[in-house]
Design a protein around this ligand. Structure first.
Ligand SMILES: *[C@@H]1O[C@H](CO)[C@@H](O)[C@H](O)[C@H]1NC(C)=O
Length: 316
């Protein structure tokens, strides 16, 4: 009897609290934006389950899963993961977010795999509300030195994209049609990358590097130094992203592919092209690991859930 009353009291008080918090615009959990990975869609079963987990964990939280391209069907979304222009897809996300009143005071964002690159574009170039904590799972922040393997069995979209990419990853055509080409960064072919690539090159502020040793800083937009936290998660046994530690801004040594060069030894860091060093020095750059293969979040109570509980749902 007493228990029932307590429960109903709790229900009543939370029902009253929710709208008044929304009116005051304070103290509710920060809204969350999620950007899905390659081959996935905003409302796939897995993505909906993830959003539901977040809603259960932080009652009252507003969660928005980015539909990319804007207003695209699930089929359009799957295709857009392979084919298109990274900047355009990101600009679509920027427009989408600006139209959502619940996000107007800022939000946290989670990017799954390549979705994290589009969220970075948002953070660095979009004139919409600001991201506070940016959390990326297995995002190839410093590019890939090999193509992402096709799923088994391979889809036609993937097979065609892989074939086209192999024909010339740094051709003007590939750079304006194939998403993976736009974050393909082979350290052994830097000159071509710096000349032909725009999307990843500029996200990492390397745009000025080929113009006679510029700092690179001029093309990185706002950079990431102004965010509260960047939590870049790598998967220990990642064989999908090459090298897997690209998720921590590491690259492969062009002369020795088993030697991985960490962020601290990169000019991107020492020259602070996009504010990562500044962010790191004030304790805002975090590079945790999850065990397992690319995007293995570890199920219920696993690594993914733990990181979400740690970095999401803070008061606005
Ligand atoms: C390549 O890098 C690995 C890992 O750092 C190292 O153990 C190995 O000695 C290197 N090989 C050469 C030929 O330098």
């Amino acid at each position: 009897m007493i228990l029932t009353q307590v429960v109903s009291l709790l229900l009543v008080s939370s029902a009253v609290a929710a709208p008044s918090q929304a009116l005051l615009g304070s103290s509710g959990p920060r809204p969350l934006v999620i950007w899905h990975g390659l081959g996935d869609t905003a409302h796939s079963k897995g993505m909906d389950q993830f959003a539901d987990y977040v809603r259960d964990e932080f009652p009252g939280i507003f969660v928005h899963a980015i539909v990319a391209p804007n207003e695209g069907s699930p089929r359009d979304e799957q295709k857009a993961g392979w084919w298109g222009i990274g900047e355009e897809l990101s600009q679509g996300g920027c427009d989408q977010i600006k139209d959502i009143p619940e996000l107007a005071d800022g939000f946290d964002a989670i990017g799954f795999s390549q979705g994290g690159l589009f969220l970075r574009w948002y953070a660095q170039y979009c004139d919409g509300p600001r991201i506070k904590n940016l959390i990326t799972f297995g995002t190839p922040h410093f590019g890939i030195a090999a193509l992402i393997p096709c799923p088994d069995p391979p889809t036609l979209t993937c097979t065609l994209a892989a074939r086209a990419a192999k024909a010339g990853i740094y051709t003007r055509w590939a750079q304006s049609h194939l998403i993976q080409a736009q974050y393909y960064r082979d350290p052994a072919r830097m000159q071509e990358f710096l000349e032909q690539n725009t999307f990843l090159r500029d996200l990492n502020g390397e745009g000025g590097v080929d113009q006679g040793g510029g700092s690179g800083r001029e093309d990185g937009g706002r950079g990431l130094g102004g965010l509260e936290n960047v939590v870049a998660i790598a998967f220990r046994d990642d064989t999908t992203v090459v090298p897997g530690l690209s998720a921590h801004w590491a690259t492969m040594d062009p002369d020795n592919s088993s030697h991985i060069i960490p962020l601290e030894e990169q000019e991107l860091y020492s020259g602070d092209f996009i504010g990562l060093k500044r962010l790191d020095k004030r304790g805002g750059l975090h590079r945790p690991f999850c065990p397992g293969e690319h995007m293995d979040l570890g199920g219920e109570g696993g690594c993914g859930d733990r990181l979400v509980r740690k970095w999401v749902g803070w008061p606005l």
